[in-house]
Design a protein around this ligand. Structure first.
Ligand SMILES: C[S@@+](CC[C@H](N)C(=O)[O-])C[C@H]1O[C@@H](n2cnc3c(N)ncnc32)[C@H](O)[C@@H]1O
Length: 286
């Protein structure tokens, strides 16, 4: 991914400003999908105004695949507000529309599927498979139905990310995930993002060629082949407590800046990582 280009849609309107951990997790997941050539399309269930969908659609375009975006585009359905979610505010997330999301995300390589899930699942072709499934619909009923529908269609090595698991707010998310994965081989891994997502990767068959990933690594870095101008990074991405130097290089000076920049560099490309790493080493020597 190219974080300095891709971040703008994700943080548009100030919605996800506090959730850069999610942004970088997606960026790294996308790079890994490309490196390992994990097969299949990308899907998000729970799109709302399309902030994460902009990232998913960008990745689909770069991979030449389809981003499937499922939502009522009218907020929660009364049909889901039962059991553990009976007290949830039913009007949440209604301030969106398919037209507005289409304008923000773009049409190319995107299939918008408007309506109540799982009723809309029949839009997916019988032979579809997915390299990345993002489930972000908050409530027990759509989460459990989407796990049941998408898990068998997740390609080997594919990422399934479920939002809100450790949020301590959306109890249906935790219940659905715990129930569903109790008898699966893949344990869930908690992520330190704003709403406590979890991720699994679908088990894949071992390969006899033990060096295949190492070779892919070289290809992947060469392929990205671009330099990230640090000065181009939006100030909104500065780490807390950081300050931006006004020097021509546009480097940040922060207590944790070196670690932070190295992580960004991994997500961006090896060229940039070399630049950042030498900068970090120089600072550590001081
Ligand atoms: C938290 S928002 C999604 C946020 C979005 N992923 C983002 O990153 O900005 C939850 C969305 O799930 C959708 N949703 C919840 N239950 C649904 C269902 N049964 N079918 C379709 N969409 C549903 C709501 O309409 C809402 O837009």
């Amino acid at each position: 991914m190219r974080p300095h280009e891709d971040v703008h849609g994700f943080i548009a309107g100030g919605i996800n400003h506090e959730d850069m951990a999610r942004f970088f997790f997606f960026s790294l997941a996308f790079d890994q999908i490309r490196k390992e050539e994990v097969a299949g399309d990308l899907v998000e269930l729970g799109v709302y105004q399309g902030h994460t969908a902009t990232l998913i659609a960008t990745m689909a375009r770069r991979l030449g695949r389809t981003a499937w975006l499922f939502d009522t585009f009218e907020g929660f359905s009364e049909r889901d507000l039962q059991g553990i979610d009976v007290a949830v505010q039913g009007t949440a997330f209604a301030d969106t529309s398919l037209e507005a999301v289409r304008a923000a995300v773009g049409d190319t390589n995107v299939r918008f599927v408007k309506g109540f899930f799982p009723d809309t699942a029949n839009e997916v072709p019988a032979d579809a498979s997915f390299c990345l499934v993002h489930i972000d619909c908050d409530l027990y009923a759509p989460i459990i139905s989407s796990l049941e529908f998408f898990y068998p269609r997740l390609a080997p090595g594919g990422f399934m990310i479920i939002h809100d698991y450790s949020s301590l707010c959306w109890n249906g998310a935790e219940k659905a995930v715990d129930e569903f994965f109790a008898d699966k081989g893949e344990p869930v891994i908690p992520l330190p993002d704003y709403s406590g997502s979890v991720v699994i990767r679908k088990t894949r068959a071992p390969r006899s060629d033990s060096n295949w990933l190492n070779r892919k690594r070289a290809d992947c870095w060469r392929m990205s082949g671009y330099q990230l101008p640090l000065a181009a990074y939006p100030t909104s991405l500065e780490p807390a407590g950081g300050r931006r130097s006004i020097g021509a290089s546009g480097e940040w000076e922060t207590p944790t800046g070196c670690i932070w920049l190295c992580r960004l560099g991994k997500a961006a490309c090896m060229n940039w990582r070399s630049t950042v790493t030498s900068h970090c080493s120089a600072r550590e020597r001081q």
